[in-house]
Each structure stands twice: as structure tokens, then as C-alpha cells.
Design a binder for this molecule. Structure first.
Ligand code: SF4
Length: 356
């Protein structure tokens, strides 16, 4: 079978399964997924937007085409009886893998040698973390954040604690701190692979950053900004806050995926945008804004390899399995983990609403 015929057959099988499963099925696709997956999904969005869509729906099966931490978040927020499935169980996230509960417990214990951690240190976890890490944070009174809510959540946390432990994305942490006016001298970096012997600097810091990063967004460099400005006079640069602070400092706009999409869509026809985020989103943005010149800030543009794992064949296999009574790719979060992680997510919404 040629590739074209195969794609056609797989799409037809998926459409047929969707018809048969009706309202019992909801397919969600993250912005970084392949186009053919996005086309077949009921909704596309960022991770939290999709999890909320899932929890608002009456669907019995929520098929999350994204990476594991996102499907876990959907499972944490799901209503009783809803089942969250992921077409590729090996779809991880480089950033989420940069912190695990063992390293986090170790860091917490070490820091307790110089700080009264329960009183003086509040953890904030980016949603790009496992359910266990979210539960650790939730159990210590901390909150989750997204790239769009990081500023509000960090401000919320600093109102409640003299110190915040922000994890795992050091760049999101530093970019958010810069936007809040937190000076560099009040920030300390925690390297989980080389925990420091001298902990005195953590006693002085207001913000402790976990040394993690997204391997897609760190690919954008300051010289990319210089290059696009030279090659495309008048171009504007918009980057995601997971990019390096040196890149964010040179950009015209820094913001979440939703902010990037809004910024490009609301710009006047004829504008040019070099975008510093995952390439599938950039390519789709370019296709959907033909009156503007939209292209990647990177050369070559970076793709998320974990997001690329999900293919039509995986989705077909999952849906045909459901039709014949088989459930593969079920994402389950144990109740004790779910409760802690849920409390961290709930505090994020409290912080966003400005509640106390
Ligand atoms: S782009 Fe980066 S943060 Fe997003 S899923 Fe891929 S590795 Fe994780």
C-alpha cells in the first residue's frame, strides 16, 4: 500500500470509529501534534485547556494525543467514570523527565539543613511534571503553574512564603522572575545532579530554580534573533518563556502558546513574525495566517520528538481496540497521588483568580 493510500485508509477507519463511538469519545490534540492528528481531533489546544475540555465533557473515553504528563493531568481532573487514554505510552517530555520525586525529596532534605522548609520554602511546579511531582508540591502547600499563569502563581507564592522553589524549568522561572522584577542576586540555581555542599546561598535566595529545561526551546539562541532581524528587516520576534532568558530579552514578545497565537493572529496583514517555539505550531500558524509572514526563529526549526511519536496508525489501533472492547493506553493516577496533585492544580486556579 502506498503511503497516500495508507493515510486515506487509516483516516477513514478513525472517522468510522468516531461515528460508532459517538459522544462516548473525545479526541484531544496538543498544538505540537502532527497535522493529520490535529485534523481528526475534536479539540486542539495547550495541555491545560485540553484537560479542562475533557473534564467539561460527558465523554467516557478521552483520547489524549499529546505527552504523558498532559494525559495524567487530564486523568487528575477527570470526572468519576471517565477514562483517559494515550495513543503512545512512550510519549514522555524532556522537561518533565528533568525532575523526579526521588531527586525532589533529596533536594528538599538537603535544603532542610539550612532552611525551615515547611515554613520558609513553597514549591511551585510547572504543569510539565509527573503526577507524583505535582503531588509532592501539593502536599507542601504549593501550586502548579502554566506558562501563561507563571507570573500570577509566582507572585501568589511569594506573598505566602519568603522563598519559592520553582521547578523544573529554570528558563521559565528566570523569565517570570524578570517580568516580576526579582533581581538576579535573589535567584539561586539547584542542580539535582550536582547538589552543592555549601548551601548558604539558598538561605539568601528568594527564588530557587530547578536546573531543568525543554530541549526544544533551548535550541533558540541570541544569534538566531540577530540573524532573522538582519535577513528580514522589520520582522518581529515572539518566543515562548521556556526559551533562554538571553533570547527572551531580545524578543519583542514573550508569552505562552496562547499568547503567541493571539499575537500573530491580531497583528496587521503584511506583518512578519519569527516564532520561537515548536515547529508544528509555527507551521500551522503560518498556514492559518497567509496574509502574514510567519516562520521559525530557528534554523533548522526544532520539533518535539516526543510529540512526533503519535501517528495515525496508533490512533486507529486505539479506536478499533475500543470498538472491540479492548482499552489500551489507559492512564491511571493512584488516588493518594491524584489528591495531592489536584490540590496543587486547584491552588493554581486560586492564584489565577487572585484569591487568598
Ligand atoms: S516541547 Fe519540550 S516541554 Fe513541550 S512536550 Fe516537548 S520536550 Fe516537553
Amino acid at each position: 500500500m502506498s503511503d497516500m493510500v495508507e493515510v486515506h485508509v487509516l483516516k477513514a477507519e478513525i472517522e468510522e470509529a468516531k461515528r460508532k463511538l459517538g459522544e462516548d469519545l473525545l479526541i484531544l490534540a496538543h498544538h505540537y501534534q502532527r497535522d493529520e492528528i490535529v485534523e481528526l481531533a475534536d479539540f486542539r489546544g495547550d495541555s491545560l485547556e485540553l484537560s479542562r475540555r475533557a473534564a467539561d465533557s460527558d465523554a467516557r473515553w478521552i483520547v489524549f494525543c499529546g505527552v504523558r504528563f498532559m494525559a495524567e493531568t487530564a486523568a487528575i481532573l477527570a470526572r468519576p467514570g471517565q477514562r483517559v487514554l494515550i495513543p503512545r505510552e512512550d510519549a514522555g517530555c524532556f522537561l518533565a523527565h528533568s525532575v523526579d520525586p526521588v531527586q525532589l525529596r533529596d533536594a528538599w532534605e538537603r535544603l532542610s539543613q539550612v532552611l525551615e522548609v515547611e515554613r520558609e520554602l513553597l514549591p511551585v511546579a510547572y504543569v510539565n511534571t509527573s503526577a507524583e511531582v505535582k503531588a509532592f508540591v501539593g502536599a507542601r502547600g504549593g501550586a502548579c503553574c502554566t506558562s501563561s499563569s507563571a507570573g500570577k502563581v509566582l507572585a501568589w507564592a511569594l506573598e505566602r512564603s519568603p522563598r519559592v522553589f520553582f521547578l523544573p524549568d529554570q528558563h521559565l522561572g528566570r523569565n517570570t522572575a524578570a517580568a516580576l522584577g526579582i533581581p538576579e542576586k535573589e535567584i539561586a540555581l539547584w542542580d539535582p545532579h550536582h547538589p552543592p555542599k555549601d548551601l548558604s546561598r539558598f538561605k539568601k535566595a528568594r527564588l530557587i530554580l530547578w536546573r531543568g529545561a525543554c530541549n526544544v526551546h533551548v535550541r533558540f539562541l541570541p544569534q538566531d534573533v540577530a540573524r532573522v532581524r538582519k535577513e528580514h528587516p522589520g520582522v518581529k520576534v515572539v518566543v515562548h518563556p521556556e526559551c533562554r532568558p538571553e533570547v527572551a530579552a531580545l524578543a519583542d514578545e514573550v508569552g505562552s502558546t496562547a499568547h503567541i497565537i493571539r499575537t500573530v493572529e491580531n497583528s496587521p496583514p503584511g506583518s512578519g513574525w519569527a516564532v520561537g517555539t515548536e515547529q508544528r505550531l509555527v507551521a500551522r500558524l503560518a498556514a492559518e495566517n497567509p496574509d502574514k509572514k510567519v516562520f521559525s526563529l530557528g534554523d533548522p526549526p526544532p520539533y518535539c520528538s516526543y510529540m512526533s511519536l503519535t501517528r495515525l496508525a496508533d490512533l486507529t489501533e486505539m479506536l478499533t481496540g475500543l470498538l472491540s472492547g479492548g482499552e489500551r493506553g489507559l492512564v491511571e493516577v493512584p488516588e493518594e497521588v491524584r489528591a495531592g496533585a489536584r490540590s496543587a492544580l486547584d491552588r493554581m486556579w486560586e492564584a489565577i483568580r487572585g484569591g487568598g
